[in-house]
Design a protein around this ligand. Structure first.
Ligand code: TYD
Ligand code: MG
Length: 453
């Protein structure tokens, strides 16, 4: 049988070369050649079995779901792993990917689903040791310490497994390619081979991939379009809480958040997580505002912090952690133009406490109030949490799910949840509502006080 042919393809112009060189011979760009395998010309390729058909005659496969035994993971996946899908689990080294996936594997195996755990990263005894620490080794869980793609494929083809775990895709390699394990071409080649392996067999595959802090390492980013679902595990590894979120999901939404706690016996889901990101005892200091945000179906109360400080030289800086920088730039412009808060010569820093990332426009009001609060050196009124979207005209707009946010805020000890005047739900609850951001700043910011509650 003739072997697949290796070619080098330029990622800029698409030109090909037979040997790698630092510069593309066609477009003269540097470092753009990437190795790829091609089937040899004339290789027997099975005819594709496809024909056009009317959309109405297509039978709809109800997608079956596989429960992982970890409700927080199942929720993020959209109600369990969809059978036959390929799920990429990304995250920084040490965050707990192997632990999470091993726990899910153990649960599924204990439920009678045969699982193959291919570990290129750790030895069989290391994995067994971790399994023992987490709670034993169920019968249906097979471990395969292997680095070669063909070994893993062979085991799946002959083993009758329903779930495949590959930990990690960066350690897997195929000798068909010359490049080193972990390089872009190896990672992409192995991942697409895994997709082709799992899909037709109805095997659900979990693929672990490392990313560095800037997300740049060869791996997950180049794989995102190949797989069905991409979930990222994040959070500060020095803190005990870990957050799991989907960034792509062909079988569900992407805005659910899973919260886990790392303990001495592995990860446990935190079902009641709404108050985790709020320090109850925190002092009410200027620049700190409690926000009620919605992440998927769940409300959370988070502390939004802002600090303004006079710019010493050059351009004023705008830095954020857990909040979109361009959204902040927009909100700062609204504060300046519509509310007369002078930020021209101020550096502005915004931080969301506890490693939480705000994706909900309902957090705008809290961010604006936090910045104004720091700049004006006034604290937010006692007992008040806020939610509301802020528009370019300086108006405060109603948010989705006010009722759920309100209930959670009150459960956590706040007396009310301030929002938009037009929010009928807010009105029903007798909460302070504002039409304009300037009015909210005027009424919600106080002189200095001691506690939020
Ligand atoms: P790991 O799953 O190996 O991370 P990754 O695969 O993402 O690199 O987990 C790494 C950390 O988790 C490690 O620092 C040890 C810690 N840990 C616990 O605290 N408790 C446990 O029960 C386990 C298994 C790990
Ligand atoms: Mg690992």
């Amino acid at each position: 049988m003739s072997r697949p042919r290796t070619v080098f393809v330029c990622s800029e112009c698409g030109g090909t070369a037979h040997a790698w060189s630092g510069r593309c011979p066609h477009c003269r760009n540097w470092n753009t050649l990437v190795e790829e395998t091609r089937n040899p010309v004339g290789a027997a390729v099975a005819p594709e079995d496809a024909r056009p058909m009317s959309l109405s005659e297509v039978s709809i496969d109800e997608c079956d779901r596989l429960a992982t035994g970890l409700p927080e993971l199942d929720r993020v996946l959209g109600g369990g792993a969809s059978v036959g899908s390929v799920i990429l689990l990304g995250g920084e080294p040490g965050i707990g990917k192997s632990t999470l996936i091993l726990q899910a594997s153990m649960n599924m195996a204990a439920g009678g689903i045969p699982v193959l755990y291919a570990s290129g990263e750790e030895s069989a005894s290391q994995v067994a040791g971790r399994a023992a620490r987490i709670g034993g080794a169920p019968d249906g869980l097979a471990i395969l310490p292997a680095n070669r793609l063909d070994t893993v494929c062979g085991a799946v083809e002959s083993g009758g497994y329903r779930v495949l775990v590959v930990d990690s895709v960066q350690t897997l390699h195929s000798p068909d390619l010359q490049s080193a394990p972990g390089s872009v071409s190896q990672v992409r080649h192995c991942a697409s081979a895994l997709v082709n392996l799992a899909k037709p067999r109805g095997v659900t595959a979990f693929v672990v991939g490392h990313v560095t802090k800037d997300g740049s390492l060869a791996g997950p980013k180049v794989l995102e379009h190949l797989v069905d679902t991409v979930v990222y595990f994040e959070g500060d590894s020095s803190r005990q809480y870990r957050l799991l979120r989907a960034v792509k999901n062909r079988f569900g939404g992407t805005n659910e958040l899973g919260v886990f706690e790392m303990g001495s016996r592995g990860l446990s889901g935190v079902a009641d997580a709404s108050g985790l990101f709020l320090r109850r005892e925190s002092e009410r200091v200027p620049g700190s505002v409690p926000a009620a945000v919605l992440q998927g179906s769940r409300p959370f109360l988070v502390e939004v912090q802002a600090l303004t400080s006079p710019t010493r030289f050059g351009y004023p800086q705008r830095r954020t952690s857990g909040f979109d920088t361009s959204r902040l730039a927009m909100l700062l412009a609204v504060l300046e133009r519509r509310c007369g808060v002078d930020l021209d010569s101020q550096d502005v820093f915004v931080n969301v406490a506890g490693g939480f990332t705000l994706g909900d426009p309902g957090a705008d009001l809290a961010v604006c109030l936090a910045v104004a609060s720091s700049r004006l050196d006034r604290t937010v009124r006692k007992g008040i949490a806020v939610c509301g979207e802020v528009g370019l005209g300086g108006e405060v707009r109603p948010v989705a799910g006010y009722g759920r946010r309100f209930t959670e805020a009150v459960n956590l000890g706040f007396s009310t949840l301030a929002g938009a005047r037009e929010d009928t739900e807010a009105e029903k609850n007798g909460a302070p509502g504002f039409q304009r951001l300037s009015a909210a700043i005027g009424e919600l910011l106080d002189e200095k006080g001691e506690g939020w509650l």
